[in-house]
Design a protein around this ligand. Structure first.
Ligand SMILES: [Ca+2]
Ligand SMILES: [Ca+2]
Ligand SMILES: [Ca+2]
Length: 402
């Protein structure tokens, strides 16, 4: 190496060292990042050792019962603490959030915006309550004693075993839910906004529980048909009066049936809005009753707005139906997935639409108008306008009201 090159090398080395010094200076001039961590000690008496060996640790609080201390330390010291012989574990003191009463699925369809936009002018109607507005839930029954469904259920209809087991009246215990499916669906519609648990889309709506599915979750076409007809009539036993169901929510499905379609037409002709789950078979079209033109067929989406493969195609609209938290028998809560969970979002939206219209002294919409409004105000997703995956899009409760 000649002298000139040697000199150049020296210069380069010096420059590198200089830049190292410069960057070191920059690091030191920025504030040291302090973190609060929990240190678990093997023996709580070793807290003295910790004080001695970690001079940069400042004690925040102690939980001697479980040999834990919360300390504030520079971030770069944390790894070294893990290696101390008397330390059992080191972990971040993570933030713990309270369970949110209004879950993502209710927010995704803008239901809370309906509550806050209209409660000043229309009171409880903004939450789905009106003296004459009732939502019939055709399912496995409802745990009407659930603390989050207090006052939500007012009337019970049972049709099981091909109609052989039949009841209609106010003894709600006859409609108890031995499965869980119906209670979950009911909570998505009407779980109370009361500061605990979850809240439904229409948290002041009143429900008719129509038990047409057994504890095993199965039923017969004749039972569903009877359930539709009795819900249409309501407690006075006469169709076309104020106590009729305004919305019939059906988180159930099966093959095409003339009897079922006739029952759907019966309700439709008495101005009852019918909503049904599109089905979970990954089929190219909805199962029945969602298959009938009088019915709003609801497919599922997850929290990212994707349609799961099992959600039947060509629905009217889609709504949240994956990992939905709702009420469960015995005062519990559970996560469930399916178009069964998507359907009640739309049923409750129909109740909000009608309750608000009555509160504003407007006539109720006909079932075909309700379907039209829900479809035309849905948020379009996927290919532009109607497409087989999303139908008309995600139901939007705020846009569908007025
Ligand atoms: Ca609640
Ligand atoms: Ca009636
Ligand atoms: Ca679309």
């Amino acid at each position: 190496m000649d002298a000139a090159l040697k000199a150049l090398t020296v210069v380069v080395v010096v420059l590198v060292v200089a830049s190292l010094v410069a960057s070191a200076t920059i690091v030191q001039s920025t504030p040291i990042e302090m973190v609060r961590i929990i240190i678990g000690l093997k023996d709580y008496r070793d807290i003295e050792k910790l004080r001695m060996q970690c001079v940069s640790c400042s004690l925040v609080s102690e939980i001697p019962e479980i040999r834990a201390v919360v300390v504030e330390v520079p971030k770069q010291v944390v790894d070294k603490l893990k290696n101390l012989p008397f330390v059992a574990y080191v972990e971040d003191d993570e933030e713990v959030k309270a369970l949110q009463e209004v879950q993502w699925n209710v927010e995704m369809i803008y239901a809370p915006d309906v509550w806050t936009t209209y409660n000043v002018s229309y009171g409880d109607a903004a939450y789905g309550y009106q003296v004459t507005i009732r939502v019939a839930v055709l399912d496995t029954g409802i745990d009407y004693k659930h603390p989050d469904l207090q006052g939500a259920v007012s009337y019970c209809i049972v049709s099981l075993n091909n109609g052989k087991t039949f009841y209609r009246g106010t003894d709600l215990s006859k409609c108890d839910d031995r499965n869980g499916h119906g209670t979950h669906v009911a909570g998505i519609i009407a779980a109370r906004l009361n500061g605990f648990g979850v809240a439904g889309v229409a948290p002041k709506a009143v429900l008719y529980t129509v038990k047409v599915l057994s504890a095993g979750g199965n039923g017969y076409v004749s039972d569903v048909a009877k359930g539709i007809i009795e819900a249409t009539k309501g407690p006075d036993g006469k169709p076309g009066t104020d106590d009729d169901a305004d919305v019939i929510s059906m988180s159930l499905g099966g093959p095409d049936s003339q009897t079922l379609h006739n029952a759907v037409e019966y309700a439709y002709n008495y101005s009852v809005t019918l909503v049904a789950a599109a089905g979970n078979e990954g089929a190219s079209s909805p199962s029945c009753p969602a298959c009938y033109p009088e019915v709003i067929a609801v497919g599922a989406i997850d929290s990212s707005g994707n349609v799961p493969s099992w959600s039947n195609k060509n629905p009217t609209v889609v709504a949240p139906g994956v990992n939905i938290l709702s009420t469960y028998p015995g005062g519990k809560y559970a996560y469930m997935s399916g178009t069964s969970m998507a359907c009640p979002h739309v049923s409750a939206t129909a109740a909000l639409i009608q309750a608000l219209r009555l509160a504003a002294h407007l006539r109720k919409l006909t079932p075909s108008e309700v379907k039209g409004v829900i479809a035309s105000t849905a948020i379009d997703l996927g290919p532009q306008s109607y497409d087989p995956l999303y139908g008309y899009g995600i139901v939007n409760a705020l846009r569908s009201c007025f």
